[in-house]
Design a binder for this molecule. Sequence first.
Ligand SMILES: *Cc1c(COP(=O)(O)O)cnc(C)c1O
Length: 373
Amino acid sequence: MEIQSFNPPRRILMGPGPTDVPPRVLAALSRPTIGHLDPLFVKMMDELKSLLKYTFQTSSDYTMAVSAPGSAGMEACFVNLVEPGEKVIVCRNGVFGERMRENVMRCGGETIIVDDPWGRAVTPEKLEAALKAHPDTKIVAFVHAETSTGALSDAKTLCAIAKKYGCLTIVDTVTSLGGVEVQVDGWQMDAVYSGSQKCLSCVPGLSPVTFGKAAVEKIKQRKSPVQSWFLDQSLVMSYWSGEGKRAYHHTAPVNALYALHEALLLVQQETLEHVWLRHKTQHLNLRAGLEELGFEFIVPESERLPQLNTVYIPEGKDDVAVRSFLLQNYNLEIGAGLGAFAGKAWRIGLMGYGARNENVAVCLHALAKALKN
Ligand SMILES: *Cc1c(COP(=O)(O)O)cnc(C)c1O
């Protein structure tokens, strides 16, 4: 074997995720593995649940982490809530909105698409028009922070419109949670999923999810069983919520959950308000430097995500050559463009632990060198 023991270099991760994992979280990950039904582990999971409730700003006990990445959290929401034949409106303004459409299709639902251009937020008026045209719609799904483009949609307004028409909402907060304000209860979100490796700065592989009362009610009243055994939340909940009678469903990723507990403790200790402010401040620092270097942002200012900055690749610069220069000379990873933006844009992440002065400084310095190269 060429690799006798894998020792990756310490990169600076400033792409769309995974992000830099703080030392405290990496240390938690390497602690002794114990049984997933061990009383001490169960106690840690109960705490992890309250930390997730704080981070999501919800009082729902149907809050947990799916033992798989963000895409599994997405799928968990769709397979549990969408029954065959039901109409679902999907707001699509990037790659992840399209992935939602795929999910509805595979659940046997009927999708109504509300399209917005790449790089723009979802237009609330378009959603309302679609709801008027399709009054039998059961669910509205949208992506709060579109990581493929860097656009932030107004989740509060979109959920309020969905509620007005009696719909449940499925909201993707994979990139927004821990980066910008998310108020699950306050904004009347029904089924919400996120990811461990973006603004929460944990290792990849876990997907926090939360279901409100109306969503739980709908799951309980399903006529057909959820087609996925692994993601059937009524089964998983007996593992996450059965106080004193926790039953085996699957073997939890024990060490990864230590890491998520630690990552969320960091959020709680800093407070959400400060976390949101820090992302905003570092975004403004980065923006100032990028504009000085002549970069142009893709997303209009009022719809921009602080934690994911998409800029056009300057004329005459080679996408791959610049990104390899950054990786080889500065151990710095920035994101390539995705989908319609492939080869046209870079995505510079300032997520979680990465939203710091040091990262902004290194990134600006390295980009300046790369552009002169
Ligand atoms: C990253 C991401 C996902 C998918 O998460 P994975 O952990 O890669 O499966 C879904 N939605 C959005 C908005 C994302 O940024």
